[in-house]
Design a binder for this molecule. Structure first.
Ligand SMILES: Nc1nc2c(ncn2[C@@H]2O[C@H](COP(=O)(O)OP(=O)(O)O)[C@@H](O)[C@H]2O)c(=O)[nH]1
Ligand SMILES: [Mg+2]
Length: 335
């Protein structure tokens, strides 16, 4: 056997023996696996289920180093992304809030940072970026240079937060390399660590990412992924709503306003999803999904993990119907 070779797109060990197994290539001369090749060239996605045990091992190993760590968080899913990573890592860490381009422009960065700081977290610095729209990447690079403790920097976070997208951006802007990591809207695109030497001073290590079982992205059919993607700035949709009315979001969920005065619901969800306001009593649509009742206080958001949130102004009682695996919760209005 020759030297082991790993996919440059997702980090998986390449093998030419079993087409049904991860890392298959027709020839070991190839640099990327067949799955990456298909995703990159044909947008043909193939879901791989990953256990978090493997990722936690990776994190623990990063935790044994003294290297700087970038923690990438999806700015649209702050609450669920931010915890659960730090406990494995005593390292010096920069918190990187990605996908700024998808937030409505009216939302001030400072406001988000203020909210994040209120979550009682421990980072040397916080920065808001957009990997896709190249926002604040140079500033991030300055911070990396300022805080790095060696030539190695690790990129960690939940899956789908844009870790590989950010590294691709750094490769384009700061190295001569032609390598491109595989990115996709599906969870678990990156399968293993991938080490990229940007230049003499800096080597970046991409990692697969923690899978959040409560995130809606685990329960969407592939064919629908495009609708959920935030390609452009999110356009919030506001509805004046009365007791007895409901909102139906595509074929995903239903929100009934059960009890309370006249209210205003603003939906911060992907633009591609359709929303209809209906009379709740005349509709049984989506009522076979799992129901949760929330007693909303004055100015709270109802958050749907991985989808977005509903800003509710007045207090009232809401029933939400959604896939039983998708986590929902309330918080103070983010905005
Ligand atoms: N709107 C927006 N989407 C992004 C950004 N960065 C990544 N994405 C999208 O998020 C999804 C996951 O990206 P990927 O880099 O594979 O995430 P990873 O699993 O953390 O490596 C893809 O659909 C990306 O296009 C960004 O800055 N803005
Ligand atoms: Mg990745």
């Amino acid at each position: 056997m020759g030297k082991k070779k790993y996919c440059l797109g997702c980090g998986v060990l390449l093998q030419n023996e079993n087409i049904t197994q991860e890392g298959y290539v027709t020839s070991l001369e190839n640099d990327i696996c067949q799955r990456c090749f298909r995703m990159k060239n044909y947008g043909e996605y193939q879901v791989v289920a990953k256990s978090n045990d493997e990722y936690i091992e990776i994190l623990k190993n990063v935790g044994k180093t003294k290297d700087l760590v970038l923690h990438i968080v999806d700015i649209l899913n702050i609450d669920r992304d931010i915890h659960a990573i730090r406990e494995y890592l005593p390292n010096k860490m920069i918190l990187v809030l990605n996908k700024k381009d998808a937030l409505p422009k009216s939302i001030k960065e400072e406001k988000i940072i203020e909210y994040v700081k209120s979550l009682d977290i421990d980072y040397v610095d916080i920065i808001v970026i957009s990997a896709n729209k190249n926002y604040n990447i140079d500033l991030l690079m300055k911070k990396i240079k300022k805080y790095k403790t060696s030539n190695k920097v690790y990129v960690v976070g939940h899956t789908n937060t844009g870790k590989s997208s950010l590294i691709n951006r750094l490769i384009k802007d700061y190295s001569e390399s032609e390598n491109e990591l595989t990115i996709s809207p599906l969870p678990s695109t990156t399968l293993n660590t991938v080490t990229i030497k940007l230049n003499q001073e800096l080597t970046i290590v991409d990692t697969p990412g923690l899978v959040d079982r409560g995130n809606i992205s685990n329960y969407i059919e592939h064919t629908a992924f495009k609708k959920y993607n935030h390609k452009k700035e999110m356009k919030p949709k506001t509805f004046q709503i009365k007791k007895g009315q409901c909102l139906v979001i595509d074929n995903i969920c239903r929100i009934d306003y059960k009890e309370g005065d006249k209210n205003s619901f603003t939906l911060y969800i992907p633009n591609g999803l359709k929303v209809k306001k209906m009379n709740a009593n005349r509709q049984t649509i989506l009522q076979d999904l799992s129901k949760t009742t929330y007693e909303m206080k004055y100015r709270e958001d109802l958050v749907i993990n991985g989808l977005g949130w509903i800003k509710v102004v007045e207090k009232g009682i809401i029933d939400i119907y959604i896939d039983k695996n998708v986590e929902t919760f309330t918080r103070k209005n983010l905005i």
